[in-house]
Design a protein around this ligand. Structure first.
Ligand code: NAD
Ligand code: TYD
Length: 339
């Protein structure tokens, strides 16, 4: 199979490329990425010159470029990871989120219609469901939960999901959608909670916890997400939405304390800062459907995954130090200096 993977120079997309090369070495993988601040060719170094892999520098919202790629390459499957993905940045400047996440998705869907595709898979997020209250631990997001977004990021992702469903119903495009909970693992950009806390703790810098740190996220090791997407590509039903999550709900403060404990650093580094605007309280996925339909279950326990992740950041300091010592410093100042 020839698979177009958009956003493959980012966190989950790159892990998906590594996963597929391991699991399905006969597939031909084409990575299309704009290389925004979050895209990093260093991540793809180990596959860059290998047979069966090719990198194409392009913007998913550039219709001419995307049509040209589809015309030339004729991918059989497209998996769209490309997105602006950070909630805090979307609060600061929503425009690029609409441009990439909504308009970019539309361009990809149009290209699939025009040139044909066996399957288009949209990588979405549990954030499209909004949040759940902390005092109702019995509630979970199912595929039937209404979309109810909080941030410009989640609104843009929900819009893209609706477009995908509309292209399925109206034009019969063979699409699937997955909505996953928070991922963690190697190659995550250090603006996100877990790598940010690891990097700051290693530098003995304050760990900025928003609000009281009571917000709950449902954490999944990135490889388990990749395995779920692979299963959906193999056996998923067109037009279907699949929720992906591992029943691993944790409060932010407990995540931060776990990281400090693994690194042997003091909890005095924890600093409570002003809360995120519109901060979602709790995300929790009910993964019963994907388990029943496709037999998917997460393989990595959080205790193992978080240790592996911390160890990866210890072993790959140059990967993230190059980031945090660059343009990221301006971002960090802007976001955290007077918080
Ligand atoms: P990321 O920010 O690490 O990577 C995004 C990648 O997309 C980067 O390589 C970037 O260069 C590329 N990109 C951005 N705009 C582009 C454009 N216009 N054209 C082409 N490439 C572009 O994001 P991630 O955490 O790997 O997330 C990947 C996908 O998974 C996103 O769609 C996100 O919404 C979704 N998701 C993420 C999580 C999570 O916890 N990180 C959870 C559920 C769903
Ligand atoms: P994040 O990794 O940005 O993912 P998302 O917002 O998509 O869930 O944040 C995870 C949680 O951690 C979220 O509740 C916000 C919180 N957080 C902090 O407390 N401090 C930080 O510096 C960051 C980046 C996040």
């Amino acid at each position: 199979m020839k698979i177009l993977i958009t956003g493959g120079a980012g966190f989950i997309g790159s892990n998906f490329i590594f996963y597929m090369r391991e699991q399905r070495p006969d597939d031909e993988l084409l990575c299309l990425d704009k290389l925004t601040y979050a895209g990093n060719l260093a991540t793809l170094e180990s596959v860059m010159d290998k047979p069966g892999f090719r990198f194409i520098h392009a913007d998913i919202a550039d219709r001419e470029a995307v049509y040209h790629i589809f015309e030339q390459e004729k991918p059989e499957i497209a998996v769209n990871f490309a997105a602006e993905s950070h909630v805090d940045r979307s609060i600061e400047n929503p425009s690029v989120f609409l441009q990439t996440n909504v308009m970019g998705t539309q361009v990809l869907l149009d290209a699939c219609r025009k040139y044909g595709i066996k399957r288009y898979h949209q990588v979405s997020t549990d954030e499209v469901y909004g949040d759940l209250p902390l005092d109702r631990p019995d509630l979970f997001f199912t595929e039937a939960t209404p979309l109810h977004t909080s941030s410009p990021y989640s609104a843009s992702k929900a819009s893209a999901d609706l477009l995908c469903s509309a292209y399925h119903r109206t034009y019969g495009l063979p699409i699937t959608i997955s909505r996953c909970s928070n991922n963690y693992g190697p190659y995550q950009f250090p603006e996100k909670l877990i790598p940010l806390m690891i990097a700051n703790a290693l530098a003995d810098k304050p760990l900025p916890v928003y609000g009281a740190g009571m917000n709950v996220r449902d954490w999944l090791y990135v490889e388990d997400h990749c395995a779920a997407i692979d299963l959906i590509l193999q056996n998923g039903k067109c037009g279907e939405v699949y929720n992906i999550g591992g029943h691993n709900e944790m409060r932010n403060i407990d995540i931060v304390k776990t990281i400090l404990a693994i690194l042997g650093k003091t909890e005095r580094l924890i600093t409570y800062v002003a809360d995120r605007k519109g901060h979602d309280m709790r995300y929790a996925i009910d993964p019963a459907f994907i388990h029943k339909e496709l037999g998917w279950l997460p393989a990595t326990k959080f205790e193992d995954g978080i240790r592996r992740t911390v160890q990866w950041y210890l072993d790959n300091r140059s990967w993230w130090e190059n980031i945090v010592n660059g343009e990221y410093q301006t971002y960090y100042e802007r976001m955290y200096a007077n918080r």
